[in-house]
Design a protein around this ligand. Structure first.
Ligand SMILES: Nc1nc2c(ncn2[C@@H]2O[C@H](COP(=O)(O)OP(=O)(O)O)[C@@H](O)[C@H]2O)c(=O)[nH]1
Ligand SMILES: [Mg+2]
Length: 226
């Protein structure tokens, strides 16, 4: 039997995380669901604890990269890992299968990346321009074992995952996810705070883009010399 674990990073998602929990906890084939409450100021962790999932809490906010790193460490071995955001709207089981199928069908594919389709136009547009940023992914056991530390990347973690997989020649497949969307930062936190948070995200992404080669090359060199 396949062992599939879902890892859900969550930061201040108290009003939104139930919509995701309601769906994932009904998916029979998920072996384990881990929510990493990344030092939220609200009751995100408490809401998640009402469900049959494992909730891990960071005492302070360490960023999305650190949350995924914690999730991967805590889940232990699995055939596939699913990364899912905690603020998804209209998530359905079929989205999880869509993410998993390319890995199941072709062992050369070790990561799939979701692309939101047919939902809010601005999300659609942003997702296509910034498709590398989509947090809905499936990752194989083999790739997960090879990943470098994700902590430093913070919001750049999706860029880091994609670029690292490309650098080591892993197969990546982009898959359309229909009728699903997510809350934007402005919708969650209001225009001013949301926009500030967005700028912080872009800053972390640009920092990741500017430094990933330098940070990854020693790791790649040590892999090659083995
Ligand atoms: N663990 C962790 N998760 C975060 C952090 N910031 C955002 N997230 C989660 O990452 C996902 C995407 O974040 P969001 O702010 O919605 O980014 P956007 O969808 O790209 O605008 C959501 O599940 C958030 O709860 C953070 O600092 N730490
Ligand atoms: Mg979002």
């Amino acid at each position: 039997m396949e062992k599939i674990c879902a890892i859900i990073p969550a930061y201040n998602e108290e009003p939104r995380i139930s919509a995701v929990m309601d769906v994932v906890t009904e998916v029979q084939y998920l072996h384990k669901i881990i929510v990493v409450d990344d030092g939220s100021d609200d009751e995100t962790g408490k809401v998640a604890e009402r469900y049959p999932v494992q909730v891990i809490r960071h005492d302070k906010n360490l960023g999305k990269g650190a949350a995924l790193e914690t999730g991967l460490r805590e889940t232990g071995d699995a055939d596939y890992y699913l990364f899912l955001d905690a603020d998804l709207i209209n998530l359905r089981e079929e989205h999880l299968s869509t993410l998993l199928n390319p890995l199941r069908e072709n062992n050369k594919v070790s990561m799939s990346i979701g692309l939101f389709q047919g939902s809010q136009m601005h999300v659609h547009l942003a997702q296509n321009i910034f498709s590398i940023l989509n947090g809905q992914r499936a990752i194989s056991y083999e790739l997960a074992r090879k990943l470098p530390d994700l902590t430093w990347a913070r919001f750049g973690v999706e860029i880091l995952l994609t670029r690292y997989a490309q650098m080591i020649g892993e197969g990546i497949e982009w898959v359309p996810l229909y009728n699903i969307t997510h809350w934007t930062k402005e919708q969650k936190f209001g225009f001013v705070h949301g926009f500030q948070y967005r700028l912080q995200m872009y800053h972390e992404c640009l920092k990741c883009l500017a430094t990933y080669k330098r940070r990854l090359s020693p790791i790649l060199e040590s892999r090659e010399s083995k």
